[in-house]
Ligand binder design. Sequence first.
Ligand code: SF4
Length: 238
Amino acid sequence: MSADLATVPRTAWRAPGRARVARLRDRLRDVYGVPCAPPHEDPLAELVLTVLSQSTNDRNRDVAFLRLRDRFDTWDAVRDAPVPEVEEAIRPGGISKVKSQRIHDILVAIEAANSAGGLDLGWMRDAPVSESRDFLCALPGVGRKTAACVLLFSYGLRDVPVDTHVSRVGMRLHVLRPGAPFEELHDAMLALTPSGAELELHVNLLRHGRRTCHAQRPACPSCILRRSCPSSHLFQPR
Ligand code: SF4
């Protein structure tokens, strides 16, 4: 467990009620608004983008993604290309050797497992979410967070990605159980998120983690959630 999560108080945790989640959502909405990200209906692009996002910032991720799309006309071409060529294309995204092999392995695995044939994942639009999630989580290196990104951002389906920011803020607020494993965090996040609020809660918790509830030295004194946060007393400016 990272140092910032080790400081989360673990005593007296209780699953949050709907009213508390609604209040937190409203407070976050006051500050960050309601995010607008209509489903783009391109699950393969989302899958690759999420692989590229590992251990880098959004800008480098996007540069790597655009270079990949410029270099190869189709995802079939990416799959069939020598891995070093993919590695060279995505180099600005960092750890390109690992990511290029991962992208290749995922595309090959989709082709092998996809009953719809080829690299077409359009069937996920109308399939039960659990079926699509299981399919994605069986791909090499794909976990619940990546699967949730694909389902939510591609088709607006009911899933909530729990990344490092969402998990940190959620645990500090005692919305998520401190120290819970990622599988439990995703199940819990889904259970506490009202239907239709998946994108909003994910994006606004992430924004709050980036802008205020930093991993190191969170800005508790100026935080709009401090009155209802059981962790607020733990973090004070030096
Ligand atoms: S009060 Fe502090 S620990 Fe709690 S959410 Fe705000 S910044 Fe994070």
